[in-house]
Design a protein around this ligand. Structure first.
Ligand SMILES: C[S@@+](CC[C@H](N)C(=O)[O-])C[C@H]1O[C@@H](n2cnc3c(N)ncnc32)[C@H](O)[C@@H]1O
Length: 448
């Protein structure tokens, strides 16, 4: 464990996530760069460093929404709520890392039931304030009843059950990051959104989402799974399916912008619009994934009883990403928005951060990893495509070995189709090439 550092926030030590100084509890180990899996310990004040990439993407998406005005007009404010904010690392990153020219449009509310966590947030935000102070009144007049919130340099904190906060004011941006399943909060989240809104949902109950825990999958998501190479994609689509049908019950429809299986959790980001007509068409995007004899799959709307046996669903069968927004999530962009400058690191060191050249290099690598493969796969993930697990290809093509990924992508592209890797922990090819073309390319590259 790193030596204890003196901080102006009490005992503990400091860590840098993106550009944001995070105060960690004394008994939490210094995080490693590129952590995987759930945190070893949880509870008030514990930061889960494995969620850093998801928070980084949240910063990038919000910066993109403000820059490209896809949620609000260029002169309008964007009201954002982290409904289960814990110690507020995400909201503090929004305040510290979204480019300065957009900060005056952001109205950030951070809610949690836990007083200890909110106090931690407020102390950290006061001790390590954003580069530019934010000065606007709390928007407490938008709530249905008098609320007891606190304004701290552009972050308004509330201590409520998240469902109350969600229902009491119309937000354009809602983040739901619970422990485990988000199902308890979905109705309130959708109802609480403005006419056009953006909803980001984390689910860590991957056993239920993939179907490895069948009972919980059926109870929570009303779905049936098959645990095979497509289980990660199924998990993403099962969650999207529930969010879509929940939205439809409240006369809204969804448009996925980004949806990922990120190791130990699923994270989906969707635009939500109020529209009875689109909501009525929700079943057009819900169906089943049926496994074919050749190892591939097809999506159907209404499976026969025989197909149900070899199928997973119901789940979302529409597109998964927005080509343009995801296409802009490049490594250059993440470094430009979230990587600290030398001056910012020096300033952080004056607060007591222990950070050397290696830390800086690893942190930049971790930032790049948060968006790795996304922009290259964006076009394909935004339309009809097929996924192939690289380990399945030798059996499917009868080659006994898999070609190198890059060589295979090149062959598919030379054949006139798209091919890219997706950001999953396992190596997956996404392509719009017909199956025979993919098999031909596998055989060609295995024998060349
Ligand atoms: C996984 S943590 C959130 C992590 C945080 N979003 C981040 O990025 O660091 C879940 C939080 O939900 C809070 N919580 C659980 N049930 C709640 C409820 N019904 N209303 C409000 N907060 C709740 C817990 O206190 C905990 O801080």
């Amino acid at each position: 464990m790193a030596e204890e550092q003196p901080t102006d926030v009490g005992p503990g030590h400091l860590w840098l996530e993106g550009k944001t100084l995070v105060h960690l509890r004394q008994d939490q180990d210094r995080p490693t760069h590129m952590p995987r899996g759930p945190a070893k310990r949880t509870g008030p004040g514990f930061l889960n460093p494995a969620m850093a990439p998801a928070r980084t993407r949240s910063v990038l998406l919000m910066a993109d929404a403000l820059e490209h005005s896809w949620l609000t007009k260029p002169d309008q404010p964007l009201r954002a709520l982290d409904a289960l904010c814990a110690t507020g690392v995400r909201v503090r990153r929004w305040r510290n890392e979204i480019p300065e020219n957009h900060q005056n449009r952001l109205r950030i509310t951070a809610n949690d039931l836990d007083r200890f966590a909110l106090d931690w947030l407020n102390r950290s935000h006061a001790a390590f304030p954003p580069a530019v102070s934010v000065d606007h009144d709390p928007e407490d007049d938008r709530y249905l009843r008098p609320v007891k919130g606190a304004m701290n340099n552009g972050i308004y904190t509330l201590q409520n059950d998240a469902r109350m906060t969600l229902l009491e004011a119309g937000y354009q941006w809602v983040d739901l990051d619970p422990f485990g399943s988000p199902v308890n909060f979905l109705d309130a989240a959708v109802q609480g959104l403005a006419r056009v809104g953006f909803l980001e949902v984390t689910a860590t109950d991957t056993a239920a989402l993939t179907g490895s825990s069948q009972g919980s999958q059926f109870r929570r998501y009303g779905a049936k799974g098959i645990v095979d190479s497509y289980a990660h994609d199924d998990a993403v689509r099962v969650l999207l399916g529930l969010v879509a049908t929940t939205a439809a019950r409240h006369d809204r429809s969804i448009e996925p912008v980004l949806a990922l299986f990120d190791g130990h959790h699923v994270r989906i980001s969707v635009k939500v619009r109020r529209s009875r007509e689109s909501a009525s068409n929700v079943l057009d995007s819900i169906g089943w994934r049926i496994r074919n004899d050749d190892g591939t799959y097809r999506f159907v709307h209404h499976p026969t009883p025989e197909e149900v046996e070899r199928g997973s669903g119901p789940l979302w069968i529409g597109s998964l990403w927005d080509e343009h927004i995801a296409g802009r999530m490049t490594e250059e962009r993440v470094l430009a928005v979230c990587s600290p400058t030398k001056e910012e690191i020096e300033k952080a060191k004056k607060h007591g951060l222990a950070w050397n050249e290696n830390d800086q290099e690893y942190a930049a690598r971790e930032l790049r990893r948060s968006v790795r493969y996304i922009s290259e796969a964006a076009m394909l993930m935004a339309k009809d495509h097929t996924l192939y697990h690289m380990d399945d290809l030798p059996n499917m093509a009868g080659t006994g070995q898999a070609p190198k990924m890059d060589a295979l992508f090149e062959a598919i592209q030379e054949a006139g189709y798209g091919a890219a890797r997706i950001p999953d922990i396992d190596p997956f090819l996404v392509t719009d090439a017909p199956h025979e073309v993919v098999m031909g390319c596998v055989r060609e590259r295995c024998h060349s």
